[in-house]
Ligand binder design. Structure first.
Ligand SMILES: CC(C)(COP(=O)(O)OP(=O)(O)OC[C@H]1O[C@@H](n2cnc3c(N)ncnc32)[C@H](O)[C@@H]1OP(=O)(O)O)[C@@H](O)C(=O)NCCC(=O)NCCS
Length: 299
């Protein structure tokens, strides 16, 4: 039987995650970065499937999943969270077939912006996306630092964090911050993060004014968004101070190359680049000085 690209079902998600992890590790090992990925419960995938099933597709070879594509839409933004083909089945047209399915999703939802984050060192994925009209915009660096090294060089934070509750900021207020940084509301994704027991959300305050938000899980910072570009350095430094008090052995974040103040803060705190990635899109959008993504899938 030929390979079939069909809508993903909830019971496909674990196997899809396994091929994603194996495909990332095959690529990062081949390029000298070592194994970078490990399996996690596919909670955000399951959330997206419940929210909008048209965005998740598998390539099925007689019952075996050999490829997975997953896109989500917020307002006018379509984002390709994952596109992966098993290492031993690549370069055979499956990626092209899967991307075509997810583009139909973008069209159905009327999304005018298409974007994704891919590996800077993968010429195949970049070539595929350029052929489909998505062009490189700027690097996004995954950065990290051992927590004890970070703790020894922290200045007093200029801003302060308050646990995110309905009292400190409603979903409508978070949506406004996203609208100013990204030009779209991600209210449904805030609901997802706040329902996820492993992630802690905070509003960021400058005196009495709420200037942004940040989420932290296991020493990983992001997403982080602020209302004005001049606030991103102090906001990131404040989040680093908080993460330095966790039990996690390392503290990490994704920092856009477009955000000079955030990159400067990362360097000043001894953070090292662990993985270079790249934002690709069909057109410029958002203020990427003021927004730090969570990871390449959540954005
Ligand atoms: C990227 C990936 C999903 C593509 O799937 P695939 O099934 O191998 O891709 P296809 O065979 O359908 O198409 C590959 C395209 O890349 C293009 N390509 C390959 N090498 C290229 C290069 N050096 N320069 C430019 N384009 C290149 C090919 O031209 C081809 O398109 P075309 O044949 O239509 O011209 C798959 O290779 C993969 O999983 N890679 C590892 C993980 C990854 O990087 N995923 C993307 C994360 S966002």
């Amino acid at each position: 039987m030929p390979v079939v690209c069909r809508p993903a079902r909830v019971d496909d998600l674990k196997q899809a995650d396994e091929i994603v992890v194996a495909s990332i590790n095959e690529l990062t090992e081949r390029r000298g970065f070592g194994k970078m990925a490990s399996s996690h419960p596919p909670n955000f995938q399951a959330f997206s499937l419940r929210d909008d099933a048209e965005g998740l597709w598998v390539a099925d070879d007689n019952g075996e999943i050999i490829g997975f594509a997953w896109s989500w839409v917020c307002d006018k933004l379509w984002f390709l969270a994952q596109l992966f083909v098993s290492a031993n089945r690549q370069s055979d047209g499956i990626g092209n077939r899967l991307i075509a399915k997810t583009f139909v999703h973008a069209q159905m939802r009327g999304a005018s912006i298409k974007a994704l984050i891919t590996f800077t060192f993968n010429n195949v994925s970049q070539g595929l996306y350029i052929r489909h009209g998505l062009f490189p915009r700027f690097p996004i660096y995954m950065v990290s630092v051992p927590r004890d090294r970070l703790a020894s060089r922290l200045p007093e934070p200029q801003l302060h964090l308050e646990p995110l509750t309905g009292k400190t900021a409603g979903f409508d207020e978070l949506a406004l911050i996203d609208l100013s940084a990204l030009t779209v509301s991600r209210e449904k994704h805030h609901r997802y993060l706040q329902g996820d027991g492993a992630t802690r959300g905070f509003t960021i305050h400058n005196g009495g004014e709420c200037v942004g938000y940040v989420y932290v899980s296991d020493g990983h910072i992001g997403p982080l968004a602020v209302r004005r570009p001049d606030l991103v350095g102090p906001a990131f430094a404040t989040a680093l101070s908080f993460a330095a008090r966790s039990n996690s052995p390392t503290v990490s974040a994704f920092v856009p190359g477009a955000s000079e103040p955030a990159l400067k803060t990362a360097a000043e705190h001894g953070m090292r680049i662990t993985l270079p990635m790249l934002l690709m899109s069909n057109r410029q959008f958002g203020d990427w000085v003021s927004y730090l993504p969570r990871n390449p899938g959540f954005m």
